[in-house]
Design a protein. Structure first.
Length: 392
């Protein structure tokens, strides 16, 4: 069976299992093919099969689409006048290269004819095209989401790009994500709760707080507070604000008054605001900032505070010693303390001190809700789902 993957770290485990079972593996992006080759997993790169004649055909497809778009009467569209003007003046130049790339991709899909496609999202242009090609050609497309999407900062269903559903099947982490996709129109029978491969890595960890503190240069005799920062959610206008900066500055002021605690500020490894976080924390001896080493930091952490309802709380739910706190979000989950988006530094400090004085609560209900099956075998379940959908 030919199984085509998009590029995502979690898919390495899936490819390992499927390759060992004798299936043919292919990658949409050449870079992911190279990663799998490094692990001795023979992998095809989809675009390697596209010839010069195919690229010429893609150019013809693109020209035909641009020709059609140039005849559209944008004056009839109920859109902002500035956007209308931009479409009328720039649509051909803006879209030609993108349509050409997608046309080449469709040609490659049609030549390779995978039996099933696995994507980590189905909304970005290339992967959405893969999902739509699958729908048009009777090829199942399994969406294995790269995170558990939460509603905070995104608005009502249908107002954010993540609300678009183009894949034919979804491997949901747990009950919360299943319901999230059902609300957005995915048939319940096309969703299976499998857990996340990402959570397999923490499900079997036995925390060693003393060793983790040693590796991070922290004092195991003093409490450790991890602050998970964030960035603006720009896929929806509601998410574009300065809350990330404002709240972080308040956390630093709270840290300044809690000298007995050690703070580890964890930035997202894919974001580009690490330098700004470091600069703001200068002069605070009880604060360190990093974008790496999350598994080690979690083992050292006594209390996790995040800006908004970060997925990192889901990983933290596997660590029995961690108390969980957010600026806002997870309002229906009693395991999580909310400070409030507009909390003062004094209130944040008081809540941190109060939570550290209490024993950690049981987080199993929270974990099952968001993470689903948490036994370290999610990869095996997802592989079974991928193979099962090809039999329908």
């Amino acid at each position: 069976m030919k199984i085509l993957f998009s590029s995502h770290n979690d898919f390495v485990e899936l490819a390992k299992i499927l390759f060992a079972q004798g299936h043919q593996i292919a990658a949409i992006q050449p870079g992911f093919r190279d990663v799998l080759h490094g692990l001795e997993i023979k992998t095809d790169a989809l675009l390697d099969i596209v010839t010069q004649e195919d690229y010429l055909q893609a150019a013809k497809y693109s020209a035909a689409v641009i020709n059609w778009m140039s005849r559209v009467d944008y004056q009839e569209m109920p859109i902002d006048p500035i956007m209308r003007s931009a479409l009328e003046q720039n649509i051909a130049g803006f879209t030609y290269s993108r349509i050409y790339d997608l046309s080449s991709f469709v040609i490659a899909l049609s030549k390779y004819r995978p039996d099933v496609i696995v994507v980590h999202n189905d909304v970005e242009p290339l992967l959405r095209t893969a999902a739509q090609w699958g729908a048009a050609n009777g090829v199942p497309v399994v969406h294995v989401p790269h995170s558990v999407y939460l509603d905070a900062g995104r608005g009502a269903p249908g107002t954010d790009v993540h609300d678009i559903i183009t894949a034919s099947y979804i491997a949901a982490a747990g009950p919360f994500q299943r319901k999230w996709y059902e609300i957005r129109g995915m048939p319940p029978e096309n969703i299976r709760e499998t857990g996340f491969v990402h959570f397999d890595k923490v499900a079997t960890v036995v925390p060693n707080r003393k060793l983790a503190c040693h590796l991070l240069g922290l004092d195991p005799r003093r409490p450790v507070v991890m602050y998970a920062s964030s960035w603006a959610q720009s896929t929806n206008l509601l998410g574009i604000h300065n809350g990330v900066q404002t709240y972080y500055e308040k956390v630093l002021k709270a840290a300044k008054t809690l000298e007995m605690a050690q703070f580890v500020v964890k930035c997202h490894p894919s974001d580009r605001n690490l330098g700004w976080h470091v600069e703001k924390a200068k002069g605070l001896p009880n604060v360190i900032v990093t974008s790496q080493h999350l598994p080690i930091i979690l083992q050292a952490t006594d209390l996790l505070l995040s800006y908004g309802p970060s997925n990192v709380l889901m990983e933290a739910s596997f660590m029995p010693q961690i108390r969980m706190m957010v600026s806002s979000g997870y309002e229906g989950d009693p395991e999580v303390v909310q400070t409030g988006e507009n909390a003062t530094p004094e209130k944040i400090a008081a809540l941190l001190k109060d939570s550290l004085s209490k024993q950690p609560v049981d987080k199993s209900t929270f974990r099952i809700k968001y993470c689903g099956p948490s036994d370290g075998n999610s990869a095996t379940r997802i592989v079974k789902y991928i193979l099962d959908v090809t039999k329908k």
